[in-house]
Design a binder for this molecule. Structure first.
Ligand code: SF4
Length: 501
């Protein structure tokens, strides 16, 4: 345990290679920085220190190494990966709130630079400090406190935001007009719009997907394909999405950061756009701990979902890859993100949604809603941040298929909260068929509330391995079916493309 941070989960980084200018003095300096920061912060020597932004709690002590906020499974009590430790990001939020610095956490932080890891950061900071046009002067701490604070923040900003990233805490509106996908076009009509999830098959057969597309085609604007959810292998979401598209329904391709480097994320996203897939849901991904054994090595996150959104939005709107190369024929992405309204207090969860929207999220699909009152609290926290006119909210719905499923989701699925009275209703429902009926009844009751809730633009129905129930839910709840079935019906929008930064 260190003085200011939870103990680190992973070992410290080592430099990938020695720099030519390295010498004994530099090695000694780096070793000294490493020891001091280990004792104080459990430092892993990431080479791009964020302590100034994260209330002096090292974010790299998070088992996923997340640099932009907590994951969907975190709770105030524990980390979702290792329940014997606290959530690092929960600690960051708590301390930042005490320090009155919660909004500092909105800045979009860069992924690691492999050339920088394992190296010191204090000399970088010193150089940036000296070279800054607004070099902070200590005398101004006494004579002009506001100027000193602004200059201080600038010096740290230059150190933590490399030229190839330049993250900020501003909202970046999409730089195009019209709709890039049918899902976007349907949401733009203002009608309540539904999507549904199809679990990719365990087999190689495309017919499973085509059959389910047949059930859903007239009822939802698009179908989501999970991307090896729960760290468990299935048909890939890119292949599943293409089969869905060919079968006549627009897909939402889920793209998770786990197991993918930044290079593969860019390449998969461009490949998807080339195949005509525009809706991409950016996810950090479940930790491998949730998958079947044998578990892969634990450090499998190069980016998080916020960094992914930032990178894909810039590819679309500024026409650049992360390395600065131009993207010819920019992809027409409609970018989405997930949200977990039930894990941590809404005021903290809203910060993460705010970062996602700023980075590029245009629609949000939430974890299933069972606790309507808590969901409304979360919506209100988003509204306080003026987010509801910048992003479409699709509230998650999961009809429970059995009492056993209800207990499993309530106890074992990160980010899902089911009030006890609903689990009790499932328990007391009777035989299997009656339990199914009770699950549908509960889902219809929740839909009834959601469809009349201001700020909710539609539903995301996750009927796990029970996709055939989706038409019944939509019919019985009187929800509208998607009106726009072809983008050609719409006037071709003139693209407004931003100048590359
Ligand atoms: S953010 Fe990076 S450099 Fe700073 S304490 Fe954590 S691991 Fe060390």
């Amino acid at each position: 345990m260190s003085v200011f941070s939870p103990r680190r989960y992973q070992q410290p980084f080592k430099p990938m290679r020695r720099k030519e200018e390295d010498n004994l003095l530099m090695d000694l300096f780096t070793a000294g920085e490493k020891q001091i920061k280990r004792i104080l912060f459990s430092c892993r020597m990431c080479g791009n220190c964020l302590l100034q932004e994260t209330a002096f709690v090292c974010p790299m002590t998070c088992p996923k190494g997340l640099r932009n906020g907590l994951c969907g499974g975190a709770t105030p009590e524990a980390c979702e990966v290792d329940s014997s430790r606290p959530c690092t990001w929960y600690k960051i939020y708590e301390r930042a709130e005490k320090m009155g610095r919660l909004d500092t956490l909105l800045e979009n932080n860069a992924p690691l630079d492999g050339d920088r890891v394992g190296r010191e950061t204090w000399i970088d900071l010193y150089n940036n400090w000296r070279e800054s046009e607004t070099e902070p002067k200590f005398i101004e701490f006494l004579t002009d406190r506001e100027k000193f604070k602004a200059d201080w923040e600038n010096a740290f900003y230059a150190t933590r935001q490399p030229d190839w990233w330049q993250g900020d805490s501003e909202y970046h509106a999409p730089a195009y007009e019209g709709a890039n996908s049918l899902l976007e076009a349907n949401l733009q009509t203002g009608d309540f719009t539904s999507t549904a999830e199809i679990a990719p098959p365990l087999s190689v057969s495309p017919h499973v997907i085509s059959k389910k597309v047949g059930w859903l085609n007239d009822y939802v604007a698009a179908a989501n394909f999970t991307d090896n959810a729960s760290a468990s292998a299935r048909m890939g979401s890119l292949a599943s999405s293409k089969i869905c598209l060919d079968a006549g329904l627009e897909p939402v391709m889920q793209l998770q950061a786990r197991d993918r480097s930044r290079v593969v994320i860019e390449s998969d996203a461009v490949g998807a756009a080339g195949l005509g897939i525009s809706n991409i849901l950016c996810l950090t991904g479940d930790h491998h701990r949730f998958g079947p054994a044998p578990m892969t090595k634990p450090d499998q996150f190069d980016l998080d979902s916020i960094q992914m959104l930032w990178m894909l939005r810039r590819m679309r709107d500024e026409g650049i890859y992360i390395d600065g190369r131009p993207v010819k024929n920019r992809p027409k992405f409609f970018l989405g993100a997930a949200a977990s309204p039930f894990g941590v207090p809404p005021k903290y969860e809203a910060i993460r949604v705010h970062k996602k929207v700023n980075a590029g999220a245009q629609f949000i699909q939430t974890q299933p809603v069972f606790d309507y009152d808590r969901f409304v609290e979360w919506l209100e926290a988003l509204d306080k941040r003026n987010l509801l006119d910048k992003v479409y909210i699709l509230a998650g719905i999961t009809p429970m298929k059995s009492a056993r499923a209800a207990h499993f989701m309530a106890g074992d699925v990160p980010g899902v909260v089911i009030p006890d009275h609903l689990v009790k209703r499932m328990d007391e429902a009777g035989d299997k068929d009656s339990q199914k009926e009770e699950g549908v009844k509960i889902a219809l009751e929740i839909i009834e509330k959601l469809k009349n809730t201001s700020g909710v633009n539609g539903l995301h129905i996750m009927a796990i391995h029970w996709e055939s129930i989706v038409p019944r839910l939509i019919d019985e709840s009187g929800l509208p079916k998607p009106q726009i079935k072809s983008l050609e019906e719409l006037e071709k929008p003139a693209e407004k493309q931003a100048v590359p930064a």
